[in-house]
Design a protein around this ligand. Structure first.
Ligand SMILES: *Cc1c(COP(=O)(O)O)cnc(C)c1O
Length: 224
């Protein structure tokens, strides 16, 4: 695909996001984070050139390397992967725009210590394991609100802005929908929360219809 063809292709993805968000309301704005974890800096640049600004990575070292290499571009970098405690400092070195995968109280407490030492604030989302899957990280829905508030109280250098969740791993649309509704219901109970990050290449329209206002699109944005 050349640049012009790629732009037409992306316009179609944006049209689908538009269509889904208008099902909710004219005022429902959805942000696209392009997940670049399987893509090169060259491919990120191509997408930047047709207007994309927010990118997401799931490995600390990849976020570091790509953000450094593309340092001259005005990009936002989101960290969407599981963060190991021994990588916290490496992540903070990259000063990400948003850490979307805060998935345990212990991790929050460790991050808080490092942030305090650096006199730094980190914007973050609480990850919710909405379908209670073994294979997934995140807080169980029943305790998510309580944990959100506890982190707000105990970790003043973490600025919680909302929630993130991955849709249920299922062929059944109703089961996926239910997982998004679970996350959205929690989101609406959180005071001051502004971001509900749900939806990937295979399920973003459903996620938006369930109230997502941030989609994390990997394969579809890079045409993979
Ligand atoms: C990889 C990934 C995505 C993007 O997945 P696609 O199916 O390629 O759109 C979104 N969110 C998270 C947390 C991911 O790890």
């Amino acid at each position: 695909m050349n640049n012009a063809e790629y732009k037409i292709y992306i316009d179609e993805v944006i049209r689908r996001v538009e269509h889904a968000r208008l099902q909710v309301s004219q005022h429902h704005i959805v942000k696209i984070v392009a997940v670049s974890k399987y893509s090169s800096t060259h491919e990120i640049k191509e997408l930047y050139q047709i207007g994309q600004r927010a990118f997401g990575e799931n490995k600390v070292q990849d976020l570091r390397a790509k953000s450094l290499e593309l340092d001259e571009l005005p990009l936002e970098w989101h960290f969407i992967g599981n963060l190991q405690k021994n990588k916290i400092n490496n992540l903070l070195d990259s000063n990400p725009t948003l850490f979307q995968a805060l998935d345990s109280l212990e991790l929050a407490q460790e991050i808080q210590k490092k942030l305090e030492a650096r006199n730094m604030i980190l914007d973050a989302l609480l990850q919710i394991n909405s379908a209670k899957e073994e294979s997934k990280h995140g807080f169980m829905p029943e305790i998510a609100k309580e944990m959100y508030e506890q982190i707000q109280n105990e970790c003043p250098n973490i600025n919680l802005k909302g929630v993130m969740s991955i849709g249920a791993y299922s062929e059944d649309k109703e089961i996926i929908k239910k997982s998004f509704q679970t996350t959205h219901a929690i989101y609406t109970q959180l005071k001051g929360a502004t971001i509900c990050s749900m939806g990937m290449s295979g399920d973003f329209e459903l996620a938006i219809e369930c109230g997502s206002n941030m989609v994390r699109l990997g394969s579809i944005m890079f045409n993979k």
